[in-house]
Design a protein around this ligand. Structure first.
Ligand code: GDP
Ligand code: MG
Length: 419
């Protein structure tokens, strides 16, 4: 009897232990598969990271290849918009290296080689290599989203600031688009991108004609800081204008170094133009005055006046340029254009220069050089928006055919290119 009782009690205990074990293990597996478990619901970063991949350093080194890699890089979304705006300026150093295949080809020293007729005019999309690959990822991400929400605006803002459009112009563009989305005029990402494109084209559609005076001798003054491409631009414009039937005199108003006048002479020979030069360190105003007198005496109708981006003396550059302008205006001289030459690779610095020169000498148009290769391009928008100065000519390379009339549609297409 005792034995039977012991066996029954032992069996009961064993059953209890088994039941407890099964219940406990079921609970554990239930917790693991709960939908709200913290680790599993943290969003996979893929969706949000795809556009900033464009910002990651490799994008600069190998832009074309990167198009295909968009969407891979987790963690790139950590880059905040404010940080991006700060990086807009110092982009120059790393920019020097991305010798993309398209850019390599125009780098030949045009001065000594091929005549103008043999060179095909440069195309924006082919040359704006960096700008072209900068915004593509952002725009594709905005488009693929399927709807417009707060992150859409963040992407667009980030993209425009990154492309050098500048904080003010970006805010203005975004605000305008937001109003139209609110009023349901724009309802989907594709229309939003089209509207941005149209706004940019309109903003950049200034008067691009370089004016010739009917009375007197036309003078086009070229101003800008050192190294931006003034002398090269005068050479290219001179060649273009002599081909258009004008009789051109070039004034070597950069008397800071003799080499500047020599450089101008090389271009003048090519263009069939005359150069008037003074002594090194001489008065730039006197050189321009002589050039106008010479043009009038020889029945030439156009004077292209080079100026210095720095001076020998402590005289303020802006004061000196005002003086040059006054002298150039003496009859028969008529200054119809004061063209500010800006190097597109200097980013927001270009905007600062534009403000200073515009305030001092009344700039009528901008020539934006070096838009090929490493420039981000958006500075064009910043200048047009903030100063209302039209971009008249653009340098897309060093070759003689690489100075072209600014074309807003082609430019915006290249800037907003998604391929
Ligand atoms: N890549 C590129 N280089 C340019 C362009 N325009 C000018 N340059 C180069 O910029 C350098 C400085 O030009 P220069 O005319 O001497 O500048 P300046 O000091 O303003 O007269 C030269 O090596 C030019 O060949 C352009 O549109 N693209
Ligand atoms: Mg020069």
């Amino acid at each position: 009897m005792l034995i039977i009782t012991i066996v029954v009690v032992a069996l009961a205990l064993a059953t209890l232990a088994t039941t407890a074990f099964v219940v406990a293990s079921r609970r554990r597996s239930a917790v693991r598969s709960l939908p709200g478990s913290a680790r599993q619901t943290r969003p996979a970063p893929a969706a949000r990271t795809s556009p900033p991949e464009k910002v990651a350093p490799p994008a600069r080194a190998a832009p074309v290849e990167d198009q295909d890699r968009a969407g891979e890089a987790p963690g790139a979304s950590d880059v905040a918009p404010t940080e991006l705006s700060d990086t807009a300026e110092p982009a120059a150093p790393e920019v020097a290296e991305p010798a993309a295949p398209e850019v390599a080809e125009p780098a030949a020293p045009a001065e000594a080689v091929a005549p103008a007729e043999e060179e095909k005019p440069a195309r924006f999309k082919d040359r704006m290599v960096r700008a072209r690959t900068l915004l593509g990822g952002y725009l594709s991400a905005v488009r693929q989203k399927g709807r417009i929400d707060e992150s859409t605006w963040e992407e667009l803002e980030e993209a425009l600031i990154l492309a050098d459009v500048g904080v003010l112009a970006t805010a203005k563009l975004i605000d305008g688009l937001r109003i139209r989305v609110k009023s349901k005029e724009i309802t989907d990402p594709a229309s939003l991108i089209s509207a941005l494109r149209a706004d940019l084209v309109e903003l950049l559609s200034g008067d691009r004609v370089l004016k010739i005076s009917d009375e007197g001798t036309t003078v086009w003054l070229f101003v800008g800081v050192n190294g931006v491409g003034k002398t090269t631009t005068i050479g290219k414009v001179g060649l273009r204008e002599t081909s258009n039937g004008h009789r051109v005199v070039m004034a070597a108003g950069d008397t800071f170094r003799a080499a500047a006048a020599d450089q101008l002479e090389t271009w003048a020979q090519r263009a069939g133009a005359t150069v008037i030069r003074g002594n090194e360190g001489g008065d730039p105003g006197a050189v321009v005055f002589d050039a106008v007198q010479h043009a009038a005496a020889k029945a030439c109708d156009l004077v292209l006046a080079d100026t210095a981006g720095r001076l020998h003396t402590k005289t303020n550059l802006m004061e000196e340029l005002k003086k040059v302008r006054r002298v150039a205006e003496r009859p028969p001289g008529v200054v119809t254009e004061t063209l500010l030459v800006i190097d597109a690779t200097t980013g927001q610095n270009g905007l600062t220069q534009a403000r200073q020169f515009a305030g001092a000498v009344g700039v009528t148009g901008v020539v934006l050089t070096k838009l090929d290769g490493t420039a981000k391009g958006g500075i064009v928008v910043a200048i047009a928006e903030e100063l209302g100065i039209p971009i008249k000519l653009v340098g897309l390379g060093e070759g003689v055919a690489d100075l072209v009339e600014f074309n807003p549609e082609e430019f915006v297409d290249a800037l907003l290119s998604e391929s």
